[in-house]
Design a protein around this ligand. Sequence first.
Ligand code: BGC
Length: 268
Amino acid sequence: MQQLPLENTRAIVTGASSGIGEGIARAFAAAGASLIVNFRSDEEAADRIVGEIRKNGGRAEAVQADISTPEGCGTLFEAADEQFGGVDILVSNAGIQRDATFTELSLEDWRQVLDVNLTGQFLCAQEAVRRFRRQGLDPERSPALGKIIFTSSVHQAIPWAGHANYATAKGGVKLLMETMAQELACEKIRVNAIAPGAIKTAINRDAWEDEEARKELLKLIPYGRVGETEDVAEAAVWLASDASDYVVGTTLFVDGGMMLYPAFREGG
Ligand code: BGC
C-alpha cells in the first residue's frame, strides 16, 4: 500500500479553528499527520474539527493558546510532546486583520496585528527550532530535522492601502522566513512560506460574499475564481512532505495569478 504523504509525522497548526488553518488541519489529517489543532477563542469549532478528524480515523488534539506570547507557543509544543512524543512540522498560520486608513489606524490595532501576524510567527518558529534540535535527526523518519511553514500573503509583496499593519507584518514574514531558511538549512531545517491570495474565508467575507464586490475582486485574479481553503491546504501538504525535500526558503504563491499585475492586461 502506498504511504500517505504525511504518515508518521506530527504537526502543529496554529489558528486552526477556522479558515485556511482549518483547511490545512483537515488536509494534514487526511494525509496521515497527527495534529495539534490550535485555537485562541473558538473552542467549539476546534472541538468539532478534532471530532471529525477522529471520526475519520485521524489523531488530533485541540489546544487553546495565544500564539503572540512565548508561553502560548510553549503550550502547543508541550502538548505535542505529551500527545505524540514530539513534533516534525510547524504550520505557523494564525493571523488577523484590523483594517483602517493610515491616519485612522490606532496604535492598538497596529500592535495587535504585528503581535499576531509577525511576532507570533517568530515565537512559534523559535520554539520549533529549539525542539527540532533537542529531538535530533532521525533519517528513518525524514531527511529533514524539521519543517516550518509560515503563512504569508500576496501582501508580502503587494502594497495594500488601508491595511498598513497587515502588509507590514507580511512583508516582515517574508524576510523572517528567508533569513531563518538561510541560517538553518545547514541543520536540515526546512523553512518555507505559503502566500495565499484571495481565499474564501471569514477574514475577507466582504470581498467575495456580495455579487458586486466579487466582480471587483475577480478583476484582480487572472484565473477567474476566488480560492478555496483546499487550494492552500493541498500546497501545504506538499510543502510539509518529503516530496518537497529540496525546497528551502521559498514562498509558494497560491493566488490564481494575483501576483501577475492583472491590471496590465489592458494597460501599460
Ligand atoms: C487577506 C485577504 C485578501 C487577500 C488578497 C489576504 O492576505 O487576508 O483579506 O482578500 O490577501 O488581497
